[in-house]
Ligand binder design. Sequence first.
Ligand code: MTE
Length: 319
Amino acid sequence: MRILKKNSWELPESSVTPEIDFINRRRFLKAVGLGSGALVGQSLSRAATSGFPSTANDAYKLEGLEPTEYDLIKGYNNFYEFSYDKGDVQDLANKGWQTEPWTIEIGGHVDNPVKLDVNELIKKVGGIEQRVYRFRCVEAWSMVIPWDGFQLSKIIDLVQPNAKAKFLKFTTFKDPKSAPGQKGGSIDWPYVEGLTIEEARNDLTLLATGIYGKPIPNQNGAPIRLVVPWKYGFKSIKSIVKIEFVSKRPVNTWQALQPREYGFYANVNPEVDHPRWSQASERIIGSGFFSKRKDTLMFNGYEEQVASLYEGLDLRRNF
Ligand code: MTE
């Protein structure tokens, strides 16, 4: 994401790779045999232990929408721990960063805190399923992604929050040796995100462990990430190591950096523009040289499922 004010951490416009340049570069790399073929042993061994193959949950199909090409989903990435350049993330996230084994800690105001390997967690919640969701970035591009994973509400059932738990705070790993982007810059690492407990309980809120029926690639947030399809993509925090049930609303990474531009809610809303991006429409990734645009839907098309969460809230002020 680009930032309005000129701060030390602001990127020049040129460092955000336009999709078409990105696609051309990858085609070129593939043609000369340099594309990252690093699907590697880590992913293969994880598949054996983490609940694959998953079964499609037909309640979450998107009729009439083509899923985005796998190569684009795993090659056009925002993961600032590795790079600000979407086209570089895939290579950098597969250069020795270990995502297996992976321990996740879930605690705070809960009766049954746990700290366990992610594959154990998948077993405890009863395995994974596949759901196809729209995915909309605040930079006004979108994809359609077949995720594998499980509902976050299953974790809530597992750890039993008490009355003090009003919000969930999610934290990503911190390991500057493996993640070069964490060596500097203005982000106060690790990346953090938050949800209200009601948002976390919503049936749509997913912890994803796969894409297209395979373990989630490192660059997409291996081995476990959040997916909140009615919110802008930055809420969907990758590579989670900790989930805390807290009483105060957490300050998420982008809100901490630029509170005028990024709020806590970040609900997709075509009527509330970001200071630098109109949110009225979106560019469909993978729709060809002159990428097609389509009108953005309120709550990214999930209004029926989530509008009640925000009844009485001024969505302009609570952006
Ligand atoms: N999570 C972490 N830890 N670090 C990040 O930089 N980027 C966010 C989100 N989650 C990010 C993150 C943003 S801005 C977007 S749009 C999505 O991840 C991108 O997910 P994708 O690369 O799988 O498309």
